[in-house]
Design a protein around this ligand. Structure first.
Ligand code: NAP
Length: 305
């Protein structure tokens, strides 16, 4: 069986950038893309904060460009799902539905996904008024009314950030107390633009093509109301895609891969890049940057081993 120098698992900005750099270093990487290649950006519409595109670019187009650029330099792509790994033996084993690959090194770039509300039609409005990233999309809501769902640190940070643009920010939280740290709570309470709707959940997103409102349910008295808004930011947490790595490499209490800034994990030769090791920044550009770093580190690792 062919032993690859490096297998990259994942095809978001981190995976494709790692593919580009390792391909240009003549390492002939294999990228296992998953069935739905391209990561979270394929779910979004306009991306205005990826440098190099002053007019903005559609998320799926940006990912298509990254894919082309990686393959242009010889990265091999397969569109299969990794079902298991064995990092205890060398070469490392990466198992997919119908076979197995082996490699001297692996870059894990499987990303994370934003938890969604689970209400009917929220997928339809993703990128059409519904967002999971204020840093990416708040500027689209200048002088408009938006809601933020959640009561944790992310929800408060998103609400505070959006308040720089929006005319009004309604935080919808399912309890009557926030989970967020005291300092962020205080900042949000002091902000005139931020209002709170307690003990309430979102039942439905309203609108034709774009969000025009949300239907809310008060979970104490079960009353239903409608809130007219132009945007809804879902900030109820993220889940890293690390199930298949449990027991193979160190994960933190939230399931993120424990890795240093260069992407090194606790297993020599296994590197991590992008959102799968980063709960803080979660940007396409930071993921791409960490994919580049992991690729450079892989080149060093392979030359030393
Ligand atoms: P989180 O702390 O897990 O908070 C999630 C929030 O969403 C909670 O308020 C939760 O409600 C609510 N929620 C969860 N599922 C829901 C559902 N289905 N419907 C409605 N509401 C739901 O997540 P996070 O805010 O993303 O933070 C993740 C971690 O990153 C935390 O450890 C946090 O401290 C850290 N973080 C830190 C900073 C910072 O230090 N500046 C910034 C961002 C994140 P309940 O409260 O009722 O459970």
């Amino acid at each position: 069986m062919n032993t690859y120098n490096v297998i990259i698992i994942g095809s978001g900005p981190a995976g494709y950038t790692a593919g580009l750099y390792t391909a240009r270093a003549n390492l002939e990487p294999l990228i296992i893309c998953g069935y739905q290649a391209g990561g979270q950006l394929t779910l979004t519409s306009e991306v205005e904060n990826f440098p190099g595109f002053p007019e903005g670019i559609l998320g799926p187009q940006l990912m298509e460009n990254m894919k082309k650029q990686a393959t242009k330099f010889g990265a091999q792509l397969i569109f299969k799902e990794v079902t298991a790994v064995n990092f205890k033996e060398r070469p490392f084993k990466v198992i997919v539905d119908d076979g197995e690959y082996q490699a001297k090194s692996v870059i894990i770039a499987t990303g994370s996904y934003a938890r969604m509300l689970g209400v009917e039609n929220e997928k339809k409005f993703y990128g059409r008024g519904l967002s999971t990233c204020a840093t990416c999309d708040a500027a689209f809501f200048k002088d408009r009314k938006v809601a933020v769902v959640g009561g944790g640190d992310s929800a408060m940070e998103e609400a505070l950030f959006i308040s720089r643009f929006a005319s009004e920010v309604q935080v919808i939280h399912r309890r009557d107390a926030l989970r967020a740290s005291k300092v962020l709570q205080d900042r949000a309470f002091k902000n005139d633009k931020i209002k709170f709707i307690w003990n309430t959940v979102v039942r439905q997103i309203l609108g034709e093509r774009f969000v025009t409102g949300i239907e809310l349910e008060n979970i104490i008295d079960r009353s239903i109301s409608t809130l007219e808004i132009n945007g809804v930011f879902v900030a109820i947490g993220h889940e890293p895609k690390t199930k298949i790595f449990q027991g193979e490499i160190a994960l933190d209490a939230h399931g993120y891969i424990v890795a240093d800034q260069s992407g090194k994990t606790d297993v020599e030769g296994i590197f991590a890049a992008g959102d799968v090791k980063d709960f803080r920044y979660r940007q396409a550009i930071t993921a791409a940057g960490s994919g580049c770093i992991a690729a450079l580190e892989v080149a060093v690792y392979l030359s030393e081993n």
